[in-house]
Design a protein around this ligand. Structure first.
Ligand SMILES: [Cu+2]
Length: 470
């Protein structure tokens, strides 16, 4: 039996800001709860084998207890309220108070025992994505175990054989449970802490949700047409920056639990892919990149030397993944006789706003007031105005004076004089025109008028409809 105090003494972990302890049954390890969506400082190990901890973007790592040489964790699958960005909270499912759940960090060779308590209204299971383990620990409802019924606790136990980057998520009613945010990161550190040592090691999961503007609960029957694209269930401007010190070797590990691929792009530096789903890549197999495509269900670790000072954008290169939600139905309402519109919308979306006296007929799309609990499509104030981004977008902040181990936001980069793009104040000469081979000015291309009427909205196979509202 381990008391609360003993547990935290044993784990050597002080409860950080926003962390709340919950005492489980006497024989169970603690199941700490996080009620804060901010990036938490690295969890430095005080028991077990030493390792260099990771930092989970807008997340945290789960404390453990050592029990006769076994590293014991306690996950609680439960409904949570996750702030996607200031101004928007979502009713989701996750683990220990947040979606995604806490990152689990262990060391190659550790014997790991994970207690999973199900506080959801339906069966669940946890699949340890990418691990080598006994088949019966693989967490596949119906295939390798019965589902964990509501109110019950199951135990998983295996040796973390292979160092690398992993994820965990339910396997059984996955479409619903992933759509609701059930996922987490797992890192198995190498036995030798100097193996591929880096100065900063960030981790996060790529997620996607379909939350109608004005509502707070993801739609769980959505298959492909999501409208919010997240780093660790956060959207820009709610995603924390990644502060690093100039000269740092930086690793960023990402796992994709969405239903589409994400070409993730870093500005100002080249990186190499040092890790995949199957482990570390052999050095001779690496080549420089500035974008890495992360397929569905895949994990990638990238590494670079942070040589250049500045605020470097880091984002998905699908432009509609760096925007926040527009409703599937909202834009098409614009210009419609609004006398019965509230009634119509309420039929489609039960918890949608009622527009009241304001009406919609004479409003342009951009002036339309946002429903409650809805983020602007593109926003985020930068030092030069609106960044005009949302979704999967953040900033790697390279600073000369960022202290080792300090992950606090250093603020915006102060560009040295003469190093920012500037307005040309002189005369602008008339543009020269191309001529056709015959010496005549080329005819301007005129499109038939009906082309404009046939403009199609973005496809429905991975994007979201209705961005343009045309
Ligand atoms: Cu994307």
């Amino acid at each position: 039996m381990v008391s609360r105090r003993d547990f935290f003494m044993g784990a050597g972990v002080a409860l950080g800001a926003g962390m709340v302890s919950r005492v489980g049954a006497a024989s169970l390890p603690e199941a700490p709860l996080m009620n804060d969506a901010k990036t938490q400082p690295p969890l430095v190990p005080k028991t077990g084998r030493p390792y260099n901890p990771v930092v989970t973007l807008n997340g945290w790592s789960l404390p453990w207890r050592m029990n006769n040489g076994v590293k014991e964790f306690h996950l609680i699958a439960e409904p949570v309220v996750r702030e996607l960005a200031p101004g928007m909270k979502a009713n989701m499912w996750g683990y220990n108070g947040q979606s995604p759940g806490p990152t689990i960090e262990v060391v190659e060779g550790d014997r790991v025992r994970i207690f999973v308590t199900n506080k959801l209204p339906e069966n669940t299971s946890v699949h340890w994505h990418g691990q080598r383990l006994p088949n019966g620990m693989d967490g596949i409802t119906g295939l390798t175990q019965p589902g964990i019924p509501p109110g019950k606790t199951f135990v998983y136990e295996f040796i973390a054989k292979r160092p690398g980057t992993f994820m965990y998520h339910p396997h059984g009613d996955e479409m619903v449970q992933l759509a609701m945010g059930m996922m987490g990161f797992w890192v198995t550190h190498p036995k030798n802490p100097d193996f591929m040592r880096v100065d900063r090691d960030f981790v996060f999961l790529l997620g996607s949700f379909d939350i109608e503007p004005g509502s707070a609960t993801p739609r769980v029957n959505t298959m492909l047409d999501f409208n919010l694209f997240t780093f660790n269930s956060r959207v820009f401007p709610g995603i924390d920056p990644m502060p690093v010190r100039q000269g740092d070797r930086v690793r960023i590990r990402m796992g994709n639990l969405t239903m589409t691929n994400h070409p993730i792009h870093l500005h100002g530096h080249e990186f190499v892919v040092t890790g995949t789903d199957g482990g570390w890549t052999p050095p001779a197999s690496r080549w420089p990149e500035v974008t890495v495509d992360i397929g569905i269900g895949q994990m990638r670790a990238i590494e670079f030397d942070a040589t250049d000072l500045g605020d470097w954008a880091f984002h998905c290169h699908k432009s509609h993944h760096t925007m926040n939600a527009m409703g599937h139905n909202v834009p098409t309402m614009i210009g419609v006789d609004h006398s019965d519109i509230a009634q119509k919308i309420n039929k489609l979306i039960p918890d949608y706003m009622v527009m009241g006296e304001r009406g919609m007929g004479d409003m342009t799309e951009m002036e339309m007031p946002l429903p409650d609990n809805t983020l602007p499509m593109m926003g985020g104030e930068g030092p030069f105005g609106s960044v005009e981004m949302g979704g999967m977008f953040t900033v790697v902040k390279v600073r000369k004076d960022q202290k080792r181990g300090n992950y606090t936001d250093p603020g915006w980069y102060k560009h040295p004089a003469g190093t920012v793009a500037y307005e040309w104040k002189g005369a602008v000469p008339e543009a020269t025109r191309h001529t056709s081979p015959g010496g005549k000015l080329a005819e301007p291309v005129r499109k038939p008028a009906e082309t404009e009427l046939n403009v199609r909205k973005p496809g429905t196979n991975d994007g979201h409809n209705g961005h343009g509202g045309h």
